[in-house]
Design a protein around this ligand. Structure first.
Ligand SMILES: *Cc1c(COP(=O)(O)O)cnc(C)c1O
Length: 350
């Protein structure tokens, strides 16, 4: 076990913080007249009423999530997208100008951006050419001021899952937080880490409703962690960070798990079909195995193909300038019709 101790890595200003106490926080019990929050008592100029402040801790949504995920509400934080959770972690645990985070590129861009915004140094250890963790280099790079390691699995933009044993080695040996970003876990053959929260005090698992759940527009990100870590999130988040309509719509969406599972199955099938289709083209040099809803494709001339597709009205992501992704485009798996259109458009490429 690592010698992780949350109090020893938490910033002093957060430890000593007196959090904002909202009106809805301060009362308990039953009431029928609310004159405590300066709201408009008449209602909203909409079919639905939005005149009241939303539940700051999203109790109903957490209860519904807990039933699906098997993680207690007390181990759950809901944010305005995963991006809010990433930012809160950096602000809570990293002293600007002193501490650092470790990222493992090529990976999701927000960890670095969020650290930069907060004036927190970013240390980098590239993944191996097989897109796995370089544990020796990680051990050499971390120092006393490394507070968080961001691990993305399945990884964006490479699409593969990281070896579970390697992530466990980090969890067992690193005295800071290990954040496992599972935005694409629904498409993966690998098991989630959310069942390991009782095992590892330094584990934070990020998930989101933005991908498989089809709710990117609602901005609902989730962090699962120990109650102590969740307490830190709740202490520093903006009081009403998830708005009323997002809470209500997400709650309704969670009833449709069969629909989601069907879409996941179809996307995984399409991932295989699209991969086979792409391999027919002579300019496709390699397709990396994917555990996500996108594939990383190495091509002879990425810029030209990007431009050609653009002219055909199809946008993919050019990752060809990213280290270890040279020559690569990242292509999201679309509907069967969209994927067919993509292949048709590529047939016209000369
Ligand atoms: C898309 C994505 C997210 C989701 O971010 P939200 O803010 O929840 O929409 C998180 N992590 C990774 C690696 C992603 O690719």
């Amino acid at each position: 076990m690592s010698n992780f101790n949350i109090q020893s890595i938490l910033r002093d200003n957060i430890k000593n913080l007196n959090p904002y106490s909202s009106a809805r926080h301060e009362y308990t019990g039953e009431a029928s007249i609310f004159l405590d929050a300066n709201e408009n008592p008449y209602g909203s100029p909409l079919d639905q009423d939005y005149n009241r402040y939303p539940d700051p801790l999203q109790a109903e949504l957490k209860t519904a999530l807990s039933k699906i995920k098997g993680v207690p509400s007390n181990n759950t934080f809901i944010g305005n997208g995963s991006d809010e959770a990433i930012d809160i972690l950096i602000r809570a645990f990293c002293r600007p100008g002193i501490d650092n985070i470790l990222i493992l590129p090529p990976t999701y861009g927000m960890y670095e951006v969020s650290a930069n915004i907060n004036d927190v140094e970013v240390k980098k250890v590239s993944l191996t050419p097989q897109y796995q963790l370089d544990l020796d280099a990680i051990a050499e790079t971390i120092d006393q001021n490394t507070k968080i390691i961001f691990v993305c699995s399945p990884n964006n933009p490479t699409g593969n899952s990281l070896y579970r044993e390697d992530v466990e080695i980090l969890l067992n040996n690193f005295n800071g937080l290990v954040v496992v970003d599972e935005a694409y876990i629904n498409y993966s053959r690998q098991k989630t880490f959310i069942q390991e929260l009782t095992e590892y005090a330094n584990l934070v698992v990020l998930q989101t409703l933005s991908k498989a759940w089809g709710l990117a527009g609602l901005r609902i990100g989730i962090a699962f962690a120990s109650e102590e870590i969740i307490h830190v999130f709740n202490k520093i988040k903006p009081p009403y960070n998830v708005n009323q309509s997002s809470q209500a719509l997400a709650l309704e969406a969670l009833n449709n798990i069969d629909q989601i599972n069907n879409w996941i199955r179809e996307t995984i099938n399409e991932r295989t079909t699209l991969t086979k289709g792409l391999l027919e083209f002579s300019f496709v040099e390699h397709i990396y195995p994917s555990d996500a809803n996108f594939i990383l494709v190495k091509v002879a001339d990425p810029m030209a193909i990007y431009q050609h597709l653009n002219q055909e009205g199809i946008i993919v992501r050019d990752r060809s300038k990213v280290t270890l992704c040279e020559g690569c485009l990242r292509i999201t798996v679309g509907t069967p019709v969209e994927n067919k259109s993509l292949l048709e458009a590529l047939k016209k490429f000369k």
